[in-house]
Design a protein around this ligand. Structure first.
Ligand code: HEM
Length: 378
C-alpha cells in the first residue's frame, strides 16, 4: 500500500464520522425529496430500480462530492458510469468492442469528467456553505502532511461512487418493494414518525430530521435491519488466507482465496426464526434475534475490511423510508411483483413499476393516512 493510499484509508473513516453525517443529512433529504417529487409528477409508472440507480448516483455526486453539475452533465456522467459498471466484471480480453474495452474507455471518460469537476472544486473555495466528503478527503490529506495527487483523488472518488452506487440502489429498490408488499409495516412506521413529532399532516416537519433523532427511531431501525437481512445487496466477499487454519476438519492453506457468504449466513443462522419471512419485529426489543453472536448478521461484511460507508448507507435508507412514509400514496403498477435476482446485487428480474402520487412541486395533495391504505397501495 502506497503512502497516499494509507492516508486515503485513514481519512475515509473521517468522511463517515457522526459529525460529517450530520452535515450531509439536509442534502440527502433534499436529493430524496426532489427525486420523489419528480417520480410523483410522472404521468405513468416509474421503473424503480433504474430510477433508484440514478438517485444513488445523484446522491454520490451531489452529497459526497459536492459537484455542481447541470442536469445534462449529470445525466451524461451517469450514462458513462453505467457503462463502466456494466462492463466492470467482463472478461479481461482487450478486443475492440469487447465489454472489457468499453469498460476501460468508460473509466477513462469518467476519470476525465471527475478531474474537471475536482479542478473546478479546488479553484472555487469561496463562499462555500457545505463540506462534502471530497472536501474532507482533500483537507485530511493536507493534515497528514501528504497532499493527495490528482490521480489519488480521482481514484478515491471513483471508489466511493462505485461502492455506494449498486449496493444502495439495490437496497432502496428492495425497500420500496417491501413497503408495497407490507402495508402494515408502513403504517407502523408512520405511527412511530407521528409519535415522535416527525410527521404532521403527512409531511415531514421542517428541521425534524437530525442524525440522533433518526437513530432513536427503533421501529425504523428494525425495518432497515430486516431489509438488509433478507435482501442483503452483496452476496459475499473474498479474503486471502494469511495463516493456515483448520475448519470442520479441512485444512485451508496460507495464500488461498476464500469466500464468505453473507446470504448463506443469513439463510442458515439458527438465531433467525422463519428466515424467509419479512418480519422487522424480529429485531424488536422483545425478541432481539440478532443478540447472539457477532457473525450471524453481516450485510456490511465483517472484520477489518467491512463496509466503510455503512452508517451513511443506513442514514440514506432511513431518510428514504421516512420520506416515502410521508408521501400520500405509491402503488404497484403491475398485477404481480417481479421476481428477485441475487447477482451481481439483489435486484428485480423484470421491471418493478410503481406509480407515485402525493408530493407535487408545492407539496400539495397530501391525503390522510387512512385513505392511503388500499391493498397494495400504500
Ligand atoms: C446498503 C448499502 C451498502 C451495503 C449493503 C454495503 C456492503 C458492503 C460490504 C459487504 C463490503 C465488504 C466487502 C468485502 O467483504 O470484501 C463493503 C465494502 C465497502 N463499502 Fe459498502 N455497502 C453499502 C454502501 C456503501 C456506501 C454508501 C459507501 C460509501 C459511500 C460504501 C463504501 C464501502 C467501501 C469504501 C468499502 C471497502 C472497504 C475496505 O475494503 O476496506 N458502501 N460494503
Amino acid at each position: 500500500m502506497g503512502a497516499g493510499q494509507c492516508v486515503i484509508a485513514k481519512v475515509f473513516s473521517k468522511i463517515f464520522s457522526h459529525e460529517a453525517l450530520e452535515t450531509y443529512l439536509p442534502k440527502i433529504q433534499l436529493v430524496i425529496q426532489d427525486t420523489l417529487r419528480v417520480w410523483s409528477s410522472h404521468p405513468g409508472s416509474v421503473n424503480v430500480y433504474c430510477e433508484a440507480q440514478k438517485l444513488t448516483f445523484r446522491l454520490a455526486i451531489r452529497v459526497l462530492l459536492g459537484f455542481r453539475l447541470s442536469d445534462e452533465e449529470l445525466n451524461h456522467l451517469f450514462q458513462v458510469f453505467q457503462q463502466f459498471v456494466e462492463n466492470v466484471f467482463s472478461l479481461p480480453v482487450d478486443l475492440p468492442f469487447s465489454g472489457y474495452r468499453r469498460g476501460i474507455q468508460a473509466r477513462e471518460t469518467l476519470l476525465k469528467g471527475l478531474e474537471k469537476a475536482i479542478q473546478e472544486k479546488l479553484q472555487n473555495t469561496q463562499g462555500k456553505d457545505y463540506t462534502d466528503a471530497l472536501d474532507v478527503l482533500i483537507e485530511s490529506g493536507k493534515e497528514h502532511g501528504n497532499e493527495l495527487t490528482m490521480q489519488e483523488l480521482k481514484d478515491a472518488t471513483l471508489e466511493l461512487i462505485f461502492a455506494a452506487y449498486a449496493t444502495t440502489a439495490s437496497a432502496s429498490t428492495s425497500l420500496i418493494m417491501q413497503l408495497l408488499k407490507h402495508p402494515a409495516v408502513l403504517e407502523k412506521l408512520r405511527e412511530e414518525l407521528r409519535g415522535n413529532g416527525i410527521l404532521h399532516n403527512g409531511c415531514v416537519c421542517e428541521g425534524a430530521l437530525r442524525v440522533d433523532t433518526i437513530s432513536s427511531l427503533h421501529y425504523l431501525d428494525c425495518v432497515i435491519k430486516e431489509l438488509l437481512r433478507l435482501f442483503s445487496p452483496i452476496s459475499g466477499g473474498y479474503r486471502t488466507v494469511l495463516q493456515t487454519f483448520e475448519l470442520d476438519g479441512f485444512q485451508i492453506p496460507k495464500g488461498w482465496s476464500v469466500m464468505y457468504s453473507i446470504r448463506d449466513t443469513h439463510d442458515t443462522a439458527p438465531v433467525f426464526k422463519d428466515v424467509d419471512v419479512f418480519d422487522p419485529d424480529r429485531f424488536g426489543q422483545d425478541r432481539t434475534e440478532d443478540k447472539d453472536g457477532r457473525f450471524h448478521y453481516l450485510p456490511f461484511g465483517g472484520g477489518v475490511r467491512n463496509c466503510l460507508g455503512k452508517q451513511l448507507a443506513k442514514l440514506f435508507l432511513k431518510t428514504l423510508a421516512i420520506e416515502l412514509a410521508s408521501m400520500s400514496r405509491f402503488e404497484l403498477a403491475t398485477r404481480t411483483f417481479p421476481k428477485v435476482m441475487p447477482v451481481p446485487v439483489v435486484h428485480p428480474a423484470g421491471e418493478l413499476k410503481v406509480r407515485f402520487y402525493g408530493l407535487d412541486s408545492n407539496q400539495n395533495e397530501i391525503v390522510t393516512e387512512t385513505e392511503a391504505m388500499l391493498g397494495a397501495t400504500v
